[in-house]
Design a binder for this molecule. Structure first.
Ligand SMILES: Cc1ncc(COP(=O)(O)O)c(C=O)c1O
Length: 370
């Protein structure tokens, strides 16, 4: 049996919608983008949503639309996009540590890293588990910092019944491994119409519709980008979003089996703890494997054709081009990045596949003389 790490679920109806929208005369940002954005806003209870070509673009746009200049605190334990967006927007990343239980940014470490130059925090809801929003919101208020949520991994997760991405500016990814996909794609959500209007300019060459003198006149008011999501991909996103609850329930059911079976080995594996009042969207199912066994574990599983992986090692402060931003020690990140392992999880994963993964994990354990 061969088991991929993740697998998008795209059905025939969606293939037909894409094919139909490719036959319309307008192929870039179009009617399906508006439908997708409206559904997104309604579903996650955010006033404004703007579709774009990736979460990385959304992150950069979130910084640029607020004209941020200075230091932005992020966890080192994340995908490089979080830092790249900051650098490409002309700001400086500052790395904070994580909490080992949640694997999310540690509010105490955020405070330690605040300086006079800090302008914002970008939190990352790791693997689908929301961050400690109560403390993070308190910090933002006390130190007057802007909040951006890298919600690439948490579509549909909630902190105390409030969706991630609705606390600050929310940045979402529809990369094929994520909870829904548009192949490549992203969404930026806002509370503030002024920022939404500015972001609309940023993602489409800076064209300012208020400067329009006649139907052919197109004038730009800032150095924008082309971050648009094409109409047919928005059509796919619109359809996928309608299935999100179904997808996430499937992911949660798989995670429940993993939790039950792997907690029998809690002297060996450490699972991600989901606090009360948090819902997890399980974009990834991760476990901690003792550092000295991780590499053998990964090789063993790969030999069994089970596509396990690692997110994230190296963490940002170990990436060559980012090392110059590494100032304060990050002991928890150092531990986690050397132990983390991602197991296969995707909505169409069958019970048989889940138990095949588990039986091989058990086989691996039995090879060890513990
Ligand atoms: C935490 C995090 N941020 C940002 C991204 C980037 O998303 P995208 O590929 O849509 O730019 C990812 C996706 O892998 C991610 O996991």
């Amino acid at each position: 049996m061969q088991i991929p790490l993740c697998k998008p679920s795209i059905d025939n109806k969606e293939l037909r919608i894409i094919s139909k929208s490719l036959k319309t005369p307008w192929l870039t940002h179009g009617p399906y983008n508006l439908k997708f954005e409206k559904l997104f806003s309604d579903k996650f209870k955010v006033p404004y949503s703007l579709s774009m070509n990736s979460c990385t673009s959304a992150l950069e746009c979130a910084i640029k639309c607020q004209d941020l200049k200075g230091e932005i605190i992020i966890p080192s334990f994340t995908w490089v996009s979080t830092a790249n967006a900051i650098l490409n927007a002309g700001c400086k990343p500052v790395f904070a540590d994580i909490e080992l239980n949640s694997r999310n940014i540690d509010p105490k470490s955020i405070i330690k890293n605040i300086t006079k130059k800090t302008v914002a925090i970008i939190i990352v809801h790791f693997a689908g588990l929301p961050c400690d929003m109560e403390n993070i919101l308190k910090i933002c208020k006390k130190y007057k910092l802007k909040l951006i949520e890298d919600s690439a991994e948490t579509l549909g997760a909630q902190y105390k019944k409030r969706y991630t991405g609705s606390f600050g500016l929310g940045c979402f990814s529809f990369f094929p491994t994520k909870n829904i996909t548009t192949t490549e794609g992203g969404m930026l959500t806002f509370q503030d119409k002024r920022l939404f209007d500015k972001a609309k300019k940023i993602i489409a060459h800076g064209i300012d519709k208020s400067l329009k003198k006649n139907f052919w006149h197109r004038e730009s008011s800032l150095p924008g980008h082309n971050y648009r999501l094409p109409n047919h991909l928005a059509a796919l996103g619109f359809s996928q979003l309608k299935k999100l609850n179904f997808f996430n329930n499937k992911r949660r059911a798989i995670a429940k089996i993993y939790d039950k079976e792997l907690s029998k080995f809690n002297n060996f594996f450490i699972l991600q703890k989901v606090p009360k009042n948090f819902t997890h969207s399980y974009q990834m199912y991760t476990i901690r494997v003792p550092k000295k066994y991780r590499s053998n574990f990964l090789d063993f599983m790969r030999k069994k054709k089970i596509e396990v992986s690692v997110h994230f090692d190296p963490p940002l402060h170990e990436q060559k081009y980012l090392r110059l931003f590494y100032k304060k020690k990050l002991p928890q990140t150092d531990i986690l990045s050397k132990e983390i392992v991602t197991l296969p999880i995707f909505p169409d994963m069958t019970k048989k596949q889940v138990y095949y993964v588990i039986s091989n994990i058990k086989k691996f354990i039995s090879t060890l003389k513990l």
